[in-house]
Design a protein around this ligand. Structure first.
Ligand SMILES: Nc1ncnc2c1ncn2[C@@H]1O[C@H](COP(=O)(O)OP(=O)(O)OP(=O)(O)O)[C@@H](O)[C@H]1O
Ligand SMILES: [Mg+2]
Length: 390
């Protein structure tokens, strides 16, 4: 990886000399003569390391240190001070300079200093990368139920094979989070995950949302807009509540999926994409097919892998693990330490049918943690619906 060094020095000769030397060490060099230009480059984020002179025509070099002190990911700044100007050097170090070198610059020293700065830059990048990977981690609790174990095994295979998946299940069974899990587990993890809730968008808008439009395609289309299909290129498009999609958009979607290409609304160019489709529905699609409300061909196209999430009442053996998971999560958020559940409270949760499924359970635990004064969730901490049938 080659790093870019921004040289800020008003002396053209000095810039050129340093620049040529650094280029032989395979640094990319950007040379500027003023603080103003230096600021611009810092804002754009195109400098990895800065070499900064003290006296510049439009100001005092070290000012750049103060100005950027709270800038996230500020590049290491190496000050070039006049010989013997210890005070400025000390001051600069106090204000977060990475290093200082005295004029005339000794090239061996400069190289060492750049190398150390480069290590800092690379380490930061790795850290950012790692943070990003961590933040993409999706906690999908599997538990003991064989049905959900099978769902996850199939989900991982579908993620690997990058094929279309249809996720079905009642409300709150975890269709959204399963889609995210598939994204995070497969080769498209670093690529876009674009979710669209088809029920939340009018069908007249849905087409231009999905496929985008050209300027002038309709009255309010002043500028070309890419569709979500394009935004998701290389990654995954998650079509939530697909049952709400009208039949004519279903037909267009089918064609786009089969050809991996489409035209923007009002456009003639065929746009090629590589998109994996995940779709979710809490309605009975086969029945909608019988009633001519859903296209059978699209159904089979989406349903290459079908993942059915059972309602919580059919996977009650997973309740303890889910409860543990939501307790930990809520404790973290609320700064509390409720770690146990009394046997009676657990029995109430086991007996209840959870029509809102995992979402309802998660909310019940959140509420219980807020109400609970001790270490254990007890019966009175649970919502009345849950305890009523005990
Ligand atoms: N297996 C699981 N592990 C951890 N959390 C889960 C799991 N399943 C669901 N949840 C949590 O339950 C809540 C509801 O899940 P989600 O939104 O995925 O359900 P859904 O099936 O998409 O519901 P809807 O049909 O209403 O859109 C979310 O907060 C989600 O994080
Ligand atoms: Mg959902």
């Amino acid at each position: 990886m080659s790093l870019s060094v921004l040289i800020v020095d008003d002396e053209e000769n000095a810039r050129q000399f340093l620049g040529e030397l650094l280029a032989t060490k395979s640094y990319n060099v950007i040379g500027v003569g003023t603080l103003g230009e230096a600021r611009e480059h810092l804002m754009k984020g195109d400098a990895d390391i800065v070499l900064l002179d003290i006296q510049l025509p439009d100001g005092y070099g070290p000012n750049l240190l103060y100005e950027t002190s709270s800038m996230p990911g500020r590049p290491p700044i190496i000050m070039i001070t006049g010989f013997g100007d210890i005070e400025t050097a000390v001051d600069a170090m106090k204000n977060g300079a990475h290093d200082f070198l005295t004029k005339p610059v000794d090239f061996a020293q400069l190289e060492k200093s750049l190398q150390r700065a480069g290590e800092v830059v690379i380490m930061r990048r790795e850290l950012d990368h790692y943070r990003e990977a961590m933040s993409q981690k999706v906690d999908f609790v599997v538990g003991d139920s064989p049905r959900v174990k099978t769902v996850i095994a199939h989900a991982l295979k579908a993620a690997d094979a990058q094929v279309s998946v249809l996720i079905t299940g009642e409300t709150g069974t975890g269709k959204d989070i399963l889609a995210q899990y598939i994204h995070a587990s497969g080769p498209r993890a670093g690529k876009p995950f674009i979710a669209i809730n088809c029920a939340a968008i009018q069908n007249t808008m849905l087409e231009s949302e999905l496929f985008g439009y050209e300027a002038g395609a309709f009255t309010s289309a002043e500028r070309r807009k890419p569709g979500l299909m394009e935004v998701a290129d290389g990654g995954i498009l998650f079509l939530d509540e697909i049952s709400s999609m009208s039949l004519d958009i279903q037909a267009k979607l089918l064609r786009a999926i089969e050809d991996q290409s489409f035209r923007r609304v009002g456009g003639t160019n065929l746009i090629k994409v590589d998109v994996q489709i995940l779709a979710a529905s809490n309605r009975d699609l086969p029945r909608m097919i019988r009633e001519n409300q859903f296209r059978e061909d699209l159904y089979y196209r989406l349903n290459i892998v079908d993942l059915n999430l059972p309602p919580l009442r059919e996977r009650k053996e997973d309740i303890p693990e889910l409860v543990g998971f939501f307790l930990r999560a809520t404790n973290m958020r609320q700064g509390k330490n409720v770690t146990e559940v009394t046997p009676l409270a657990m029995e109430a949760m086991q007996r209840y049918d959870w029509p809102g499924n995992i979402r309802e359970l998660s909310n019940a635990i959140e509420r219980a943690v807020i109400f609970c004064d001790g270490k254990s969730v007890d019966l009175p901490d649970l919502p009345r619906d849950v305890t009523m049938h005990l």
